[in-house]
Design a protein around this ligand. Sequence first.
Ligand code: MG
Length: 150
Amino acid sequence: MDDFRNIKIAVDFDGTIVEHDYPKIGKERLFAFRTLKELEKQGASLILWTFRTGKELEEAVEYCRNNGIEFYAINRNYPEEVIDETVSRKIDADIYIDDKNLGGFPGWSEVWQILNPYELQEKLAEKRISASRKKLLKRLFGKKPKNNEN
Ligand SMILES: [Mg+2]
């Protein structure tokens, strides 16, 4: 399964992966790592998106690593990104998972349900089909089909 290929998911730490206990590390929220691992397995790039810095950030990263999650990037869009004044502080993720979401945090089993509905799977499949259809048309009719020729 690779349904989350090219999908960047920004995940908050305190209150989301673990219960809020900052600066300590709270208890894992039920199914947090299980869900994250499955998303990763399906091709998602997981970005840790947290206000933690320095030692507290390292502790969070280490905690996640010990639980089988190695983030693609931490507080940035990609691992090598250098953050300076020219770079937006908002990261460019496709999906944000945060306990401060409008409506509050629904819990990880609900997160899983939301991310895996039939409609989403269908949309991803359509995207793939339309991409391969475009490729086929390009192959059959060349790069620049003229408008007046059908
Ligand atoms: Mg939070």
